[in-house]
Design a protein around this ligand. Structure first.
Ligand code: SAM
Length: 266
């Protein structure tokens, strides 16, 4: 199975609609909101700043940006017309926010026209991230700020001990659903090669134990990937999903992912 986000415009309408719901649910998560606000607070922007979010999905991060005092205009770009339709509906009361269909590797904007550009859990889904970073460099004005936030998906953990079979679900899900799960360790070199100067890097933890809304989806998607590839049978996939739910009921479920942010300057 390939990363559906990497070729999102080719995905079936129904799949894009289902993912639109997933994106809004994730954006409503308090831990996710905390990480977003923490790295946005580190960004120093001029009054009336023009900000671009590349890979805006349904626009949750763009809305947060547009509501910030001092931000002049926010534009969200995404290749998915389905996500953009949902984004426009949710942003009707934000006159300083607009959405444009496009690909981060060929942005439909002039050189040097943004004060800040954000990739929020997007760059790990973009084949050829160096092309997207080169475009970010082009459209940012000199001194403009690049922000990248993404999962360090190789840290996705569902194990509570050695050889825990639930970890196979975590590994299979990330390998199948994220185009480059090594993006974060490679990011400093990629950003420097694109011409940026790194300002700061931060690491964040996401953990779910008693109400693991998101991490149970990782178990389920990983078990489904393993079954679809023929590595395990349908019975074992069902048993792995049941094991995770038994752990939740017994109070010994643990799921976590490390995220990271980087700010850099043109
Ligand atoms: C996990 S979603 C993140 C969406 C949004 N930033 C958020 O946090 O809610 C990844 C996004 O990257 C977008 N994407 C994938 N390939 C892209 C590309 N080549 N250029 C721009 N965006 C892309 C997808 O359509 C999707 O909306």
């Amino acid at each position: 199975m390939a990363d559906v986000y990497a070729t999102i415009a080719d995905a079936e309408h129904e799949v894009q609609e289902r993912l639109a719901i997933v994106l809004e649910r994730r954006a409503a998560d308090l831990q996710q909101q905390g990480m977003l606000r923490a790295y946005l607070a580190d960004m120093e922007l001029p009054d009336g700043a023009r900000v671009l979010e590349v890979g805006c999905g349904t626009g949750a991060v763009s809305r947060e940006l547009a509501r910030r005092p001092g931000i002049g205009q926010v534009i969200g770009v995404d290749p998915s017309p389905v996500f953009l339709a949902a984004a426009r509906t949710s942003a009707e009361n934000l006159p300083n926010l607009e959405f444009v269909e496009g690909d981060g590797r060929a942005l439909p904007f002039q050189d040097n026209c943004f004060d800040a550009l954000i990739f929020h859990t997007t760059l790990s889904h973009v084949p050829e991230p160096q092309a997207a970073l080169a475009e970010a460099f082009r459209v940012l004005r000199p001194g403009g700020v690049l922000a990248v936030f993404d999962g360090n998906y190789t840290t996705t953990n569902l194990a509570t001990g050695d050889f825990d079979p639930l970890q196979a679900c975590a590994d299979a899900a990330m390998a199948a659903l994220v185009h480059d799960r090594w993006l974060i360790p490679r990011l400093p070199a990629l950003v420097k090669d694109a011409g940026f100067t790194i300002i700061n890097q931060r690491s964040f933890g996401f953990v779910e134990t008693t109400a693991p809304d998101y991490m149970l989806t990782v178990v389920d998607r990983g078990a489904d990937v393993l079954a679809a590839s023929g590595r395990i049978g349908a019975e074992l996939a069902t048993a792995l999903k049941a094991e995770a739910r038994n752990r939740v009921a017994n109070g010994n479920f643990f799921g976590s992912i490390t995220y990271a942010s980087m700010l850099a300057k043109k």
